[in-house]
Design a binder for this molecule. Structure first.
Ligand code: ADP
Ligand code: MG
Length: 391
């Protein structure tokens, strides 16, 4: 299932009373494994999904930008001259438009000459749910970044566009995100995952083989709101920094399993368990990539399951709804299951045989009803192609 590029083109025509010059799309992503490892210079292994944010763009003959979304009633507007600056003045960007307008500013930061480019009108349509752990923000960033890269003929490559998206999230929106989400959206490929080293920024596209093995990925959105910037996320980052400092390394990436004995001796219990999650999770990402190559996707289940236990017990970022979704999927015979994303809510994922998807969905819904939890939103996603031009 994917938002058709024609939906955005038609909405553009209705809003702006003309046809767009082109339509571009950026996929959301699911992180298969590698949680909270990104800001520890470690490894992550997400894939782009077959849900997209689509942006239709048409040039204007002045320097204004007007941007509308199915999300918002009135278009947001800005002048390119206000974005052609080193620092963003307070109040220049607010609301959802901080995301796309932030991309324009960040393109300039990475060397684009905006002094003569024309303004544009744009309309955004999307079937990536916001705040569900599927990175609707990166889908939007990447759709806009590839669109403007083409429209203005800037010639940036995908690694640079990933950094543009990240910088826009960090500086224009103020969300302390890593490079993972944009990388998945810009490097994804059908039935492949994006193995990313967050220190070197090396990316490798690895075959998942879900299609041949008859497997699908079931997303179980608990609809428990995860508020990233607050509390837990910042605390976990601080614990990781503390662990690295006390262990005398630049980041937790520099520790491996053998160092855990010393870590247990030298760190307080809580910091030790935070460190153990990161160290073992990095190893699980490497093991997942190796196992996919040697044995195929049916053999990665134990790694997914172990990742969940580590997040639940050591990193302590799960919630009862996520645990229940994972346990129920496992009882239904899932290959493996884990919570995904930053934690404290959001979604869990399960790798499930095609013919057991309906049964697993029904069981998760029934278990949530029995526990008195809000009804979850369960749907399948498939590893899909990267951001690019759609029309
Ligand atoms: P996620 O986990 O989905 O990335 P974020 O909080 O990082 O959650 O980003 C969600 C925000 O991104 C929304 O609140 C909105 O501001 C913006 N956004 C995402 N998709 C769209 C869209 N299609 N139209 C307008 N704004 C969007
Ligand atoms: Mg996001």
């Amino acid at each position: 299932m994917t938002t058709s590029p024609h939906v955005a083109a038609d909405a553009f025509a209705a809003r702006y009373d003309r046809s767009p010059d082109g339509v571009w799309q950026g996929p959301g992503r699911v992180n298969l494994i590698g949680e909270h490892t990104d800001y520890n210079d470690g490894f992550v292994f997400p894939f782009a999904i077959d849900r997209n944010t689509v942006v239709a763009v048409g040039a204007r003959d002045d320097r204004s930008v007007r941007m509308s979304s199915d999300f918002a009633d009135a278009p947001a507007t800005v002048s390119l001259d206000d974005l052609d600056v080193d620092e963003l003045a307070a109040g220049t960007l607010e609301g959802w438009s901080a995301y796309p307008f932030g991309v324009i500013w960040a393109l300039r930061h990475f060397g684009a000459d905006l002094s003569t480019v024309p303004g544009f009108d744009a309309h955004v349509s999307s079937d990536v749910p916001a705040g569900a752990g599927l990175s609707s923000s990166a889908a939007l960033m990447c759709a806009v970044a590839v669109a403007l890269n083409d429209e203005w003929q800037l010639g940036f490559d995908a690694p640079t566009l990933a950094r543009v998206g990240q910088l826009a999230e960090n500086k224009a929106v103020g969300a302390p995100t890593g490079i993972m989400d944009e990388s998945a959206s810009l490097f994804g490929r059908r039935d492949h995952g994006v193995f990313l080293d967050c220190r070197s920024l090396d990316t490798e596209v690895i075959e998942l083989g879900f299609e041949d093995a008859g497997l699908e990925l079931l997303v179980m959105n608990t609809r428990v709101d995860h508020a990233h910037a607050t509390g837990g996320y910042a605390e976990r980052r601080a614990s990781c920094e503390k662990g690295a400092r006390l262990m005398g390394v630049a980041s937790l990436r520099d520790l491996d399993i053998d160092d855990l004995t010393r870590a247990e001796r030298e760190l307080d219990d809580e910091t030790f368990r935070r460190v153990r999650h990161i160290v073992t999770e990095n190893q699980r990402v490497l093991d997942t990539v190796r196992t996919l190559r040697t044995e195929g996707p049916r053999a990665i289940g134990d790694l997914l399951d172990a990742s969940h236990v580590s997040m639940r017990d050591d990193f302590e970022i799960s919630v009862p709804e996520l645990d229940l979704a994972v346990e129920t999927a496992q009882k239904c015979g899932a290959v493996g299951a884990r919570m995904t994303g930053g934690g404290f809510g959001g979604a869990a994922i399960a790798l499930v045989a095609h013919d057991r998807i309906d049964e697993t969905k029904d069981a998760v819904e029934a278990a949530f009803a029995k526990a008195g939890f809000r009804a979850p939103d369960c749907f399948t996603v498939h590893p899909a192609d990267a951001a690019g031009r759609a029309l």
